[in-house]
Write a protein that binds this ligand. Structure first.
Ligand SMILES: *[C@@H]1O[C@H](CO)[C@@H](O)[C@H](O)[C@H]1NC(C)=O
Ligand SMILES: *[C@@H]1O[C@H](CO)[C@@H](O)[C@H](O)[C@H]1NC(C)=O
Ligand SMILES: *[C@@H]1O[C@H](CO)[C@@H](O)[C@H](O)[C@H]1NC(C)=O
Ligand SMILES: *[C@@H]1O[C@H](CO)[C@@H](O)[C@H](O)[C@H]1NC(C)=O
Ligand SMILES: *[C@@H]1O[C@H](CO)[C@@H](O)[C@H](O)[C@H]1NC(C)=O
Ligand SMILES: *[C@@H]1O[C@H](CO)[C@@H](O)[C@H](O)[C@H]1NC(C)=O
Ligand SMILES: *[C@@H]1O[C@H](CO)[C@@H](O)[C@H](O)[C@H]1NC(C)=O
Length: 764
């Protein structure tokens, strides 16, 4: 996908000078105002807990003048476009986010910019800064020493040049394990250039390359919570081992062919660098490098073709190691001695999952069953290439550079990854617990976690009340009973895994992770040893990370509801302005983080996950037929609104407007969720509204108006036009359409802003 560099630049540079001055004026005005007010507030509240947002100061006009109100109002004012106030009732998004859009551009190499994306970027930048801080020398067994040493070794080019490919060559040549490569072995005088000089069984090769060095080749191994019992984890075997996307192997168009050529060139380059370091110089070297490139590509292509014939669905089959060994003529039980630090956590009859059995059939029954010497060589070269490429970014600069050239050719634009950014991403991935500790130690206050917990409790109440007093689409009492049971049993995990809150626990957790200060490559290999330990530990003790490990596999990186635990997860490290602030007034917090969490909680009672899981996480579809009908009626109503009232959306691509028709589906269920969430968060706010009698400074908005504005401003976005067109065609509508549609169907919104309510509200 091409980068939309600067595409929006020219448009948004046209902010007028007057506009800038006015904005600066408002901000300055509010700032000096707030200084004055702070003094008054502090005088008022001496001895009180300044942490709650109930202690309010009100001026003659009824405006709230606490520090929190002023900072919240300030934020809201910065993002709105006050020239669009006439469109509040019809296009609230434009009013709420117009100012934001004029000051927030898409970063180069990104295709969109969002509020949540900004929070994540800011967090990553903070983490990079914290990682750069001095390494504590006192205790080399401490998590902090290991984390920072890993990072500093990673960015230390000099250390990498020393390691270079020599360690890698040592690994490949080790007679006890991998025992050579066609690349080296067949440089012997007069050696065949087509068949292997050294034979090794597939079991030997896979046990070392896949097991000992953690390389995903042919398939991957991970843990997965048991489908029927979330207190147990199972080993899961799944298809893996491709470098590019499936389509890049099986397609025939120009882009695909360009990528295939770039990939093989990359292999040839890297293999050439490695051979030079190994002092291999025979006249057939170049030929062998091409052979290896072709072999690796051919095997990956066979894997891709299998996946094309048998796409992976997410319904794994339960089997065990004994049955797998029989079915695939491969000793999976013995393999565990290499894959897990403690193979005894599993035996040959323990249930395991296999995702996509047909793929495994192809790999073991066809590819590995072929005894043709050419096949033996192809698999041999593929496996060793996967080993080399797994660690490519951990080797010296020549290798890293070759990899970046390949990525640039693959994506069609050059990537500007700095070492710092790459290494920060690397430690975030490899030390998630330590990163949480490092970050939260330095930033997230307890008061924020308390605020988030209070939001959760208010929402839980609000959702129950919603079922009792609204939710007319849930037409029968039996379905409502299930829903109430689920809501009563809802739990939360706010912050992070317990281990990450305690230095001693964390040091113990990383005890098996050896980090040295002289070789990044060794550290990377040691990570894989540690990973084998963490696999067996989590099989033995599924709850060791308080289920945060499941959250981490989700795409949402700040908060999510997981139906199999009936629990809401909120990562402490993401809890910042503009999503939440413990000083802010309640309507502001309920409108921003509150509604976003409410959308997640609504997922506990609607489809597809919520309605198919009971309060205890067991799978069971508890919607009665009347409720299915009632929900469908609302869904059709929203679909009709998209198809008949809105009809289409015009998207700007480089100044040309592209008209995309709205089909309404599959998006309308998302709109229902948005409406439901706004409604019960709103009701939760109104039930305990400490601001009912006063207004926000500057905007003079009531608590209801502040609430809707706060939610709208979590939805501000910029997106590349082409990307937007594709998303819309695929049925994911942009935030502007989604927000306006939800609000137009809410009488609560119409009432708050004195708009004319829509006759048919579709969903209650
Ligand atoms: C009171 O509110 C009005 C608008 O409603 C505004 O013009 C005026 O400046 C406000 N006064 C103070 C002291 O904030
Ligand atoms: C190069 O390979 C050919 C066979 O393909 C072989 O006859 C020749 O001896 C090899 N050259 C060297 C220097 O090994
Ligand atoms: C390689 O082949 C050449 C000519 O065919 C021969 O002279 C030489 O002895 C061979 N070398 C070895 C090690 O077999
Ligand atoms: C390697 O193994 C294959 C089949 O297992 C066999 O046919 C071949 O002769 C062996 N080659 C060597 C050099 O041992
Ligand atoms: C293992 O295979 C046997 C015989 O084919 C079968 O009866 C059994 O159900 C299988 N067990 C599992 C867990 O797949
Ligand atoms: C969950 O609850 C259902 C119904 O109450 C029950 O049938 C099922 O056994 C429970 N599952 C677990 C794992 O406790
Ligand atoms: C409800 O709507 C879905 C999708 O629009 C449809 O597949 C399903 O058959 C409908 N169910 C009923 C009972 O109308």
């Amino acid at each position: 996908m091409a980068a939309p560099d600067g595409r929006f630049g020219t448009l948004y540079n046209r902010i007028t000078r007057t506009h800038v001055i006015i904005t600066a004026f408002i901000v300055l005005g509010l700032l000096s105002f707030s200084l004055l007010i702070t003094a008054i507030v502090q005088a008022h509240n001496r001895g009180q807990n300044t942490n709650t947002n109930t202690d309010t100061v009100i001026d003659k006009n009824g405006s709230c003048l606490t520090q929190g109100c002023i900072s919240a109002a300030n934020y809201q004012l910065r993002s709105i476009d006050s020239t669009a106030s006439s469109s509040i009732c019809t296009d609230f998004y434009k009013y709420a986010c117009g100012g934001w859009k004029q000051t927030h551009f898409i970063q180069s190499n990104d295709v969109e910019r969002t509020i949540i994306g900004d929070i994540l970027n800011r967090r990553d930048a903070d983490i990079e800064r914290l990682l750069d801080a001095p390494i504590p020398q006192s205790n080399p067994q401490s998590w902090e020493y290991k984390l920072k040493t890993y990072y500093s070794e990673c960015i230390d080019d000099y250390a990498r040049i020393l390691d270079s490919g020599k360690y890698m060559i040592g690994v490949l040549q080790d007679p006890q394990t991998i025992d050579g490569w066609f690349l080296f072995d067949n440089s012997a005088a007069n050696a065949s250039q087509t068949s292997l000089l050294k034979n090794q069984s597939y079991y030997t090769q896979i046990s070392h390359i896949h097991g000992d060095f953690g390389v995903t080749a042919l398939f991957g191994i991970r843990t997965k919570f048991d489908e029927t019992d979330p207190s147990v984890k199972r080993l899961e075997f799944h298809p893996a081992g491709l470098t590019m996307e499936i389509n890049d192997y099986v397609g025939n168009d120009d882009i695909t062919q360009g990528r295939q050529a770039a990939y093989q060139l990359y292999i040839t380059d890297v293999v050439g660098i490695l051979a030079r370091e190994a002092k291999i110089t025979d006249e057939n070297l170049t030929d062998r490098a091409f052979t290896i490139a072709n072999d690796a590509f051919t095997i990956e292509k066979l894997l891709a073709e299998s996946l094309q014939r048998h796409p992976t669905d997410n319904k794994p089959v339960v089997t065990n190691l004994q049955n797998m060994s029989q079915a695939f003529s491969f000793d999976f039980a013995a393999l565990m001695g290499h894959e897990l630090a403690d193979p005894n956590v599993i035996n040959i009859l323990t249930p395991v999952y296999v995702t996509n059995q047909m793929y495994f059939q192809d790999v073991f029954g066809t590819i590995l069953a072929n005894e043709d010497p050419i096949y033996l060589r192809m698999v041999h070269n593929y496996l060793r290439w996967r080993l080399l490429s797994t660690y490519i970014e951990d080797l010296s600069y020549n290798y890293v550079h070759a990899h970046r050239i390949f990525l640039s050719a693959y994506y069609g634009y050059s990537l500007h990854t700095t070492n710092e950014a790459f290494c920060a991403r690397e430690v975030i991935r490899r030390f998630p617990l330590a990163i949480q500790r490092l970050y939260t130690m330095n930033s997230v206050g307890h008061s924020t976690l308390t605020t988030v917990r209070n939001i959760f409790l208010a929402l839980k109440d609000g959702l129950k009340q919603y079922i009792n007093e609204h939710a007319t689409w849930m037409e029968d009492e039996s379905t409502k009973r299930y829903a109430r049971e689920k809501i009563d049993a809802l739990t939360e995990s706010i912050g992070y895994a317990h281990i990450a809150s305690d230095d001693t626990l964390l040091n113990n957790y990383y005890a098996e992770f050896e980090v040295t200060d002289d070789s990044h490559f060794l550290n990377a290999i040691n990570y894989h040893h540690f990973h084998r330990w963490s696999l067996s530990t989590s099989l033995a003790n599924a709850g060791i990370l308080d289920h945060w490990d499941l959250f981490e596999t989700r795409t949402s990186r700040l908060f999510d509801y997981i139906a199999s635990f009936n629990r809401l997860f909120v990562v402490g490290s993401g809890m910042h302005e503009p999503l939440v602030d413990s000083q802010w007034p309640w309507p502001m917090n309920m409108g921003s983080l509150g509604v976003l969490l409410a959308q997640k909680l609504f997922a506990s009672i609607d489809g597809p996950e919520g309605r198919t899981h009971l309060a205890n996480g067991t799978r069971f579809d508890w919607w009665a037929p009347q409720t299915v009908l009632g929900y469908n009626k609302s869904r059709d109503c929203i679909t009709n609104y998209y198809v008949n009232d809105l009809k289409h959306v015009d998207i700007d691509i480089n100044g040309a407007l592209i008209r995309v028709r709205l089909a309404g589906e599959p998006f309308s269920s998302t709109t229902l969720r948005h409406i439901g969430a706004l409604r019960f968060a709103y009701n939760a706010l109104m039930k305990d509204d400490q601001m009912k009698s006063f207004k926000m400074p500057g905007t003079y908005y009531t608590s209801a108006q502040t609430f809707f504005l706060a939610y709208a401003q979590t939805q501000c976005y910029q997106r590349d036009g082409l990307f937007e067109v594709v998303r819309t065609q695929l049925g994911t509508y942009d935030e502007q359409i989604a927000l306006n549609t939800a609000l137009i169907h809410m009488p609560e919104f119409a009432q708050a802003f004195q708009c004319t309510p829509k006759q048919d509200k579709c969903f209650d």
